[in-house]
Design a protein around this ligand. Structure first.
Ligand SMILES: NC(=O)c1ccc[n+]([C@@H]2O[C@H](COP(=O)([O-])OP(=O)(O)OC[C@H]3O[C@@H](n4cnc5c(N)ncnc54)[C@H](O)[C@@H]3O)[C@@H](O)[C@H]2O)c1
Length: 717
C-alpha cells in the first residue's frame, strides 16, 4: 500500500504499476471535495518518493467514476475575493499538472459517471479507456460557472475546438460511444473488460507500442487546429453562443472565451486564462442562483427520500378518479413508472380519452426508438379503465381524485369512494384551488386525506405540491411523498391555503398583469418584456395556454380568498376574451389567434381582442421595461414573503424550487425569493414603495420584510 485515505488509495502491483482507486468511504459516490483533493495531493507526494513505479492506472471501485466537485463547498467560495476564488482552484489544478509530469504513463479506466472534475482528471491522463457504461461531460456551465481544473484548456487539445465548445457550453452528459467518436476517450470496451483493457493499454505504453510521451506533448502546446481554422470556428461559435444564451447565461460566454483565449498559448498559460474566466463567471449573480437551484433540489430530494423511508407499505396499486386531462396524465405517469393503476370515470368517452392520451405518449417513444411495441403494450396493460367500482378497488393503496373542480361534486365522489376502498388506503385530491381542509370536511378518514397537486401536462412537469390539510397525518404526507417519488416527480410539501403555494404566487403575478393592462399597458409588449426577462412565455400567452376559463375560475377563487390584495375594480381580461368566444389555445382563440403554419403552431395577436381591451382599459401608454417587470414581479415576491411568514412553505429553497419546476420560473434567477436577495431587500422595499400609493396592497411589503431590509438580512444565507 502506497497510500490509503478516506476517498482514495494507491497500491503497487508486482510489475511496478501503481493503482490509484477512488472509493469514498461511507458514501455512494466519489466526488472532489477538499478532502479528496488533499488526499490526491498526498497520494502524489507518496508516488514521488516511491521507487520502482513503471506506470499509474486510475480507476474507481464504485459504480461511478467521479461525479464532479462538491458543489456544496462552492457557495462559500463564491462570496470570496477574486484571488481567493482562483486560489481555491489551484491545489487540484496543480495535482492534475503533476500527473502530466510523472516519469511514467498514466492511464485511466472510466467505468461510470465522470463529470466535471471527474472528466477533468481523465483529460489530464495520457490515455482514457471507457466502459460502455461510462457517461462523461463537463456540466459546469449549467451551474453558471466553467470547468476550472483544466477542462477548457485540455478539451480542445484532446478533442478539437468544435467539440470543446459544444460540450462545454451545452454542459450535456455524453454516452461512451459519443465520447469515443469525439476522441474524448481513446478506447471503448464492454464493462467487464475495462480493467483488462486498461492494463493492456498500460503494457503497450510501457513497451513503446503506444507513445504516451507524444500524447502528453500534444497537450502542452497550442490546440490541434491551425490558427485560421480555430479562429473560424471560434468566431462562428461566439456569435452562436451570444444569440442562444445572451446575457442571461454569462458562463457560456466565459467558457467560450476561455477555450478560445487558451488555444494559442502553452498549457500553463491556458490554465491561467481559465482561472481568470472562472472567476468572471463565479462572481455573477447567475452563478449564485444556478448553484442555489442545484443545492435546493438536492435538499428537497433528500428530505423527500427521508420521509419515503418511513413508509412501510409502498403503493402497489394506485387509483385515479376522473380520466380527463389530469387523471389521464397521472394514470400514464403511474403506469410508465411501474405502478399499476385503476382509472375510473363516469363516462366511456372520458376513459377513451385518457387511454388514448397515454397510448399517444407511448407511441411517440416507440416512434423515436426509445421503446418497443411490447413494452408499450405492457405499460398500457398497467392501466385498468373502469366505469364502476369493482373488486379491483379494494386493492388500491393510494387514490388520486381528479374530477371536475366543484366542491359539491368532489364531496360526493370522495365520500362515496372512501367506503369502497381499503380502510388503510390514503386519498389525495388534485384540486387546484379548493382548500384541502374544506374538502376533508365530510370524510371519515380525514387524517388519511391530503392534496396532491400535479401540473399540466403531468408527464412533463416535475412538480407535485403535497398539501397538508388541518387534519392530515404526517404518515399520509409521507406516503404521498413516497408515491410522488415513485412517479419520478419533485414533491414540495405545503400547508393548506387557497391556491396552495404555486397558484397563489402565480395569481399575484397575474394580478399585476391584469392591472397593468387596465392602466394602458399593451399585453403583447408585456409578454415580450417578460420573455426577455427569462419567462418561457409572457403572461397573456401563458393564460392562453392554461385556458382562459381555468384562469377566470382561479382568479375568482383566489380573488375572493385574498381580496385585500387581489381585488380589482374592472372586469378581468380573461372574462373579456371569454365573452368574445375565446378560451385560449384550446379553441385557437385567446389573447392571441393560434393556427398551424407548415405544421407548426403559430400565434398572432388578435386585432379584435386588442381593440376590445384597448376600448375597456385606461388610455394606452407605454411603460419602461423595468416598470413592466416590477409591476408583475413585486406582487409575486411579496406573496412569497407572506407564504413564508405564514409557514405555507417551510423554506425559501422549497418555495423557489416549486416555482422553477411548477411554472418554469427563469432558472438563472433562481426563484422569486432568490430574486429578492439579488435585488437586495432594501432596494426591493424601495422599489415596491413606489407603487403602493397608486396600486394598493398588492405592492405593500410585509413588516418582516422591512425589518429584514433594516438588518441587511437575506432569504438565503
Ligand atoms: N387542467 C389543469 O391544468 C389542471 C391542473 C392542476 C389541477 N387540475 C385539477 O384537476 C382536476 C381535474 O381537472 P381536469 O382538467 O383533468 O378536468 P377534465 O374536465 O379534463 O376531467 C375531469 C374528468 O372527471 C370526470 N368525472 C366527473 N365526475 C366524475 C365522477 N363522479 N367520477 C369519476 N369521474 C368523473 C369527467 O368525466 C372528466 O373526464 C380539477 O380538480 C382541476 O382543478 C387541473
Amino acid at each position: 500500500m502506497i497510500y490509503s485515505g478516506e476517498s482514495l488509495s494507491v497500491t503497487k502491483s508486482d510489475k511496478g504499476v501503481a493503482h490509484l482507486i477512488f472509493d469514498r468511504k461511507s458514501e455512494s459516490v466519489n466526488k472532489f471535495d477538499r478532502l479528496t483533493v488533499a488526499e490526491f495531493t498526498a497520494a502524489l507526494d507518496k508516488l514521488d518518493v516511491t521507487t520502482g513505479i513503471t506506470g499509474l492506472i486510475i480507476s474507481s471501485a464504485k459504480g461511478v467514476f467521479v461525479v464532479g466537485a462538491d458543489i456544496g463547498e462552492f457557495t462559500a467560495v463564491l462570496k470570496e475575493t477574486d484571488d481567493r476564488i482562483a486560489a481555491h482552484l489551484l491545489p487540484h489544478s496543480d495535482n492534475l499538472r503533476r500527473l502530466e509530469k510523472l516519469g511514467y504513463p498514466v492511464v485511466v479506466a472510466i467505468n461510470g459517471f465522470a463529470l466535471g472534475g471527474g472528466l477533468e482528471v481523465c483529460l489530464a491522463c495520457d490515455f482514457r479507456v471507457a466502459s460502455e457504461l461510462a457517461v462523461v461531460g463537463l456540466p459546469e456551465t449549467g451551474l453558471g460557472i466553467i470547468p476550472g481544473w483544466g477542462g477548457t484548456a485540455r478539451m480542445p487539445r484532446v478533442a478539437g475546438v468544435q467539440t470543446a465548445l459544444e460540450w462545454i457550453t451545452s454542459g450535456r452528459q455524453q454516452k461512451a460511444q459519443a465520447a469515443l467518436d469525439a476522441r474524448v476517450v481513446d478506447f471503448l470496451v464492454p464493462a467487464d473488460g475495462l480493467l483488462a483493457k486498461t492494463e493492456s493499454v498500460m503494457a503497450d505504453c510501457q513497451r513503446g507500442a503506444l507513445d504516451y510521451k507524444a500524447a502528453r506533448a500534444s497537450k502542452e502546446s497550442a490546440a490541434a487546429e491551425t490558427v485560421a481554422e480555430a479562429q473560424r470556428i471560434g468566431d462562428a461559435w461566439t456569435i452562436d453562443v451570444a444569440a442562444k444564451f445572451g446575457a442571461h447565461f454569462p458562463a457560456q460566454g466565459c467558457a467560450t472565451q476561455s477555450v478560445l483565449q487558451g488555444l494559442e498559448k502553452s498549457l500553463d498559460e491556458a490554465l491561467l486564462v481559465e482561472r481568470q474566466r472562472f472567476v468572471d463567471a463565479a462572481k455573477t449573480w447567475q452563478a449564485r442562483a444556478l448553484i442555489g437551484n442545484f443545492l435546493s433540489d438536492q435538499y428537497l430530494m433528500k428530505c423527500a427520500r427521508e420521509r419515503a423511508k418511513t413508509v412501510t407499505a409502498p403503493v402497489k396499486v394506485a387509483g385515479v378518479l376522473g380520466a380527463g386531462i389530469m387523471g389521464g396524465g397521472i394514470a400514464y405517469q403511474s403506469a410508465i413508472t411501474g405502478t399499476p393503476v385503476i382509472m375510473k370515470d363516469i363516462n366511456q368517452d372520458g376513459l377513451d380519452l385518457g387511454m388514448g392520451q397515454a397510448s399517444k405518449l407511448l407511441s411517440k417513444r416507440v416512434k423515436t426508438g426509445r421503446m418497443t411495441e411490447e413494452k408499450k403494450a405492457a405499460i398500457l396493460a398497467l392501466i385498468t379503465p373502469a366505469l364502476d367500482y369493482d373488486e379491483g378497488f379494494k386493492k388500491i393503496d393510494l387514490l388520486v381524485e381528479a374530477v371536475v373542480e366543484n366542491i359539491r361534486v368532489k364531496h360526493a365522489v370522495l365520500t362515496d369512494v372512501e367506503s369502497r376502498i381499503n380502510p388503510s388506503a390514503i386519498i389525495c385530491s388534485n384540486t387546484s384551488t379548493l382548500p384541502i381542509t374544506d374538502l376533508a370536511e365530510p370524510l371519515a378518514r380525514s387524517p388519511q386525506f391530503c392534496g396532491m397537486h400535479f401540473f399540466n401536462p403531468v408527464h412533463a412537469m416535475p412538480l407535485v405540491e403535497i398539501i397538508r390539510g388541518a387534519r392530515t397525518s404526517e404518515q399520509t404526507i409521507n406516503r404521498a411523498v413516497a408515491y410522488a417519488l415513485s412517479l419520478q416527480k419533485k414533491p414540495v410539501i405545503v400547508n393548506d391555503c387557497p391556491g396552495f403555494l404555486v397558484n397563489r404566487l402565480l395569481f399575484a403575478y397575474f394580478a399585476g398583469f391584469l392591472q397593468l393592462v387596465y392602466d394602458g399597458g399593451d399585453f403583447e409588449v408585456i409578454d415580450k418584456v417578460m420573455e426577455k426577462w427569462g419567462w418561457p412565455m409572457g403572461p397573456a400567452y401563458l393564460a392562453d395556454v392554461v385556458g382562459l376559463d381555468t384562469m377566470q375560475h382561479c382568479d375568482d377563487v383566489l380573488g375572493a380568498a385574498y381580496s385585500n390584495r387581489l381585488r380589482k375594480e374592472f372586469k378581468s381580461w380573461y372574462q373579456v376574451v371569454i365573452d368574445m368566444g375565446g378560451l385560449g389555445q384550446k379553441n385557437g382563440h385567446g389573447f392571441y389567434r393560434y393556427s398551424f403554419v407548415d405544421g407548426r403552431p403559430a400565434k398572432i395577436v388578435d386585432a379584435e381582442v386588442k381593440a376590445r381591451v384597448t376600448a375597456l382599459a385606461k388610455p394606452a401608454r407605454s411603460f419602461t421595461e423595468d416598470e413592466i417587470v416590477e409591476r408583475l414581479m413585486i406582487p409575486m415576491a411579496i406573496e412569497m414573503a407572506i407564504a413564508l411568514e405564514e409557514n405555507i412553505v417551510a423554506s425559501p429553497a422549497e418555495g423557489d424550487v416549486a416555482l422553477l419546476y411548477g411554472v418554469g420560473f427563469p432558472p438563472f434567477r433562481g426563484g422569486v425569493a432568490r430574486w429578492m436577495d439579488t435585488v437586495g431587500l432594501r432596494s426591493f422595499c424601495a422599489m415596491a414603495d413606489q407603487y403602493t400609493g397608486k396600486l394598493g396592497l398588492l405592492y405593500e411589503v410585509t413588516p418582516r420584510q422591512r425589518e429584514m431590509a433594516v438588518n441587511n438580512e437575506t432569504y438565503y444565507s
